[in-house]
Design a protein around this ligand. Structure first.
Ligand code: HEM
Length: 504
């Protein structure tokens, strides 16, 4: 039989195949919150998401509990997964299926290809930085006293307005620099300014680069990158110290006498092959600063807004800080025993510290990513986990809308009363992550710097409580969170009142 005779049959078969494959198009399997495949409605949806993204993600969480939904962004659909089971599956997926590195879109152009291809600094943060907290705490405390005296030099016995975020940025940059690059570089204003501005430049330019189609990104990515100018400043400031450390290792071996205990030394220990040059290591310091400084500055700013809005927490935390530090000094064990401060910081992060979604991953496996219930996410898509809605879910928290600074301290106490121990679990500690608390992500890519961040934040909070009186500019009024699209953060213009502590 000729093809012509069978044409109706072939056409019918082809029609069935097309119909089936159309019906099986993965994007139709996942419900969309707004927009449609039609380009006009798509962009209307994307605009709607930009304006009302926070509310829409909350709706998606409520409507598709334990499910997955998608939202239209400027150039692509983003997939959002809800619930503990899916969070665990995303957290456990291997990097050749769901890529953490490529989740940070266009980082190749902003941070540099060597950072995305070989993120060994994450290991240095996870291992050496965390392991050394006990050893470097005395230096961190020394810098804490010094930087507060410098930045708050004008604060006396009268109440004074304090512009929180920019000052906290300077304080955190200096504390971080003391541990990362040591004295005297940690007080070099040119380096400190770079360590703050580099993050803004990386993330700001990433937003612009993301708007170009893929084939233009290599050209415009390079043109827009601030890397060359930033590296010039880095090499002028920290470059010579890194060069000297590399030379010392070459001459005297890895454990040379008087080797400083700082992040530069640990990077020099971990760097391999072509990474063992001063510019390559300087770039790692900058890359780690982008993860460390703005995040922690926003966390302490948020916490200070909460402290002044809910001042009943001040006295119990001040009493705790004085009692514990008097007994144990500025040690890691003392910081571990600041249970109420830890709880307060965790609650502040729960309520104000998370955007609507987190754990951004790119599906890099050619055959996509499939959840255990068969839900399919196609290759090349971006998959995220909803975070803020989970942190306000009454299934996990009693009165989730209420700021209750000591809710986690009470949970820890109850566990102690019940079991006589916290059972080796840290479920309610500031650093612990879970599907109900995703501020640091969750799983194998959970923030490796969170142990350092927690030590730094607790030390800052204890220092402020022990040395300053603090109150809101207007009683009970909290500087409103800043929101832009789905980005949420503490009010950058917010002010509080401070004075030197008046002994009762
Ligand atoms: C309150 C402060 C901080 C918050 C809220 C925070 C949050 C996060 C989150 C959400 C992630 C991504 C997790 C994921 O996608 O699964 C992350 C990754 C990371 N964090 Fe943090 N972080 C903080 C402080 C720090 C500090 C102080 C450091 C370093 C000393 C640090 C180093 C990193 C690194 C190296 C990564 C991996 C990604 C990268 O290289 O950018 N973080 N953090």
């Amino acid at each position: 039989m000729g093809l012509l005779e069978n044409a109706p049959l072939v056409a019918a078969a082809l029609g069935v195949v097309l119909l089936v494959s159309y019906m099986q198009r993965p994007k139709h399997l996942i419900p969309a919150l707004a927009g449609s495949e039609n380009p006009i409605f798509y962009y209307m949806g994307a605009f709607q998401f930009f304006r009302r993204g926070l509310d829409m993600v909350q709706n998606g969480y409520t409507k598709h509990r334990e499910g997955v939904f998608r939202v239209p962004r400027l150039l692509r659909w983003d997939y959002l997964a809800n619930g503990p089971k899916r969070t665990a599956e995303v957290a456990a997926a291997s990097d050749d299926v769901l890529s953490f590195q490529y989740g940070a879109e266009d980082a190749d152009y902003t941070m540099g290809l060597e950072i995305t291809k070989n993120p060994y600094h994450q290991h240095t943060v996870r291992s050496s930085l965390t392991r050394n907290i006990t050893r470097f705490l005395p230096q961190l405390h020394d810098e804490l006293v010094c930087v507060f005296n410098d930045i708050l030099a004008s604060v006396g016995n009268d109440w004074e307005e304090f512009h929180v975020l920019p000052n906290m940025m300077q304080i955190v940059a200096r504390l971080t620099a003391r541990v990362f690059v040591g004295l005297p570089l940690c007080r070099n204003q040119e380096y400190l300014d770079l360590s703050i501005s580099y993050t803004v430049s990386v993330f700001g330019r990433a937003q612009i680069i993301a708007m170009f189609p893929s084939f233009l990104k290599p050209i415009f990515g390079r043109l827009l990158s601030s890397r060359r100018s930033s590296m010039r400043v880095a090499m002028r400031t920290i470059g010579p110290v890194i060069q000297d450390r590399l030379a010392k290792v070459d001459e005297f071996g890895p454990d040379w006498e008087d080797k400083p205990n700082d992040f530069i030394s640990w990077l020099v220990d971990d760097a391999q092959g072509e990474e063992r040059t001063a510019p390559a290591i300087a770039l790692r310091v900058l890359a780690t600063n982008t993860a460390a400084i703005h995040t922690s500055s926003m966390a302490i700013t948020t916490a200070l807004y909460d402290l002044t809005t809910y001042p009943a927490h001040i006295l119990p935390m001040r009493e705790e800080a004085e009692r514990v530090i008097r007994a144990e000094g500025w040690t890691k064990s003392a910081l571990n025993n600041l249970v109420h401060i830890d709880s307060f910081l965790r609650e502040s992060q729960r309520v104000h510290g998370a955007g609507p979604f987190t754990m951004i991953r790119k599906v890099v496996a050619e055959n996509g990513f499939t959840f255990s219930d068969g839900t399919f996410i196609p290759h090349g898509s971006f998959l995220n986990v909803t975070s803020r809605p989970a942190q306000f879910d009454p299934a996990y928290y009693e009165n989730p809308e209420v700021f209750d600074g000591f809710r986690f301290a009470r949970e820890r106490e109850m566990r102690m009363v019940k079991d006589g121990t916290e059972g080796g679990t840290f479920k309610h500690h500031m650093i612990s992550t879970g599907p109900d608390h995703l501020v640091f992500g969750h799983g194998k890519h959970a923030c490796p710097g969170r142990f350092f961040a927690a030590a730094e934040l607790k030390a800052m909070m204890a220092h402020i409580l022990m040395n300053y009186d603090i109150k809101a500019k207007t009683e009970g009024v909290r500087p409103p969170d800043f929101t832009f699209g789905v980005i949420i953060g503490p009010d950058p213009k917010g002010k509080i009142l401070l004075r030197k502590r008046q002994q009762a």
